[in-house]
Design a protein around this ligand. Structure first.
Ligand SMILES: O=C(O)C(=O)C[C@]1(C(=O)O)C=C[C@@H](O)C=C1
Length: 120
């Protein structure tokens, strides 16, 4: 279990000005965006590995992730409802991206499973 002094909320610095608040937010965004891009790379791999477009959206997996990140948010001293809303919006954007990747890979003939299924 997370030690109380290791919680993310306790790393938030007290700021004396809005400039300082925004500097901290910009610095965190510089950490977050590369991680989101890296996460997006796995959508391309998922699109390669899933045989059917109907498998791109996986409701059971979405609910597993929501349950997991809500618990982590609480352990870090955050708001589970806020983190759930962010994750649901993020996953919708990633699902749309994964569909685009699925279509692109299909058009490029890079989905061997699908080709086998549709072969005469
Ligand atoms: O786990 C998957 O199947 C994924 O494609 C990844 C992901 C995600 O963003 O985590 C995206 C789409 C699915 O609906 C579920 C989860």
């Amino acid at each position: 279990m997370t030690h109380p002094t290791e919680r993310a909320i306790d790393r938030t610095r007290r700021c004396a000005s809005m400039d300082e608040v925004r500097r901290h937010i910009d610095a965190l965004d510089d950490t977050l965006v590369p991680l989101l891009v890296e996460r997006g790379g796995y959508m391309t791999q998922a699109a390669t590995l899933k045989p059917l477009a109907s498998q791109v959206r996986d409701e059971a997996r979405i609910e597993d992730i929501v349950r997991r990140v809500r618990a982590r948010a609480a352990a870090e001293g955050g708001e589970p409802d806020v983190i759930e809303a962010i994750y649901r919006a993020m996953m919708e954007a990633f699902i749309a991206f994964e569909h685009r990747e699925f279509d692109r890979l299909t058009a490029e003939g890079r989905k061997p499973q699908l080709q086998q299924e549709t072969a005469p």
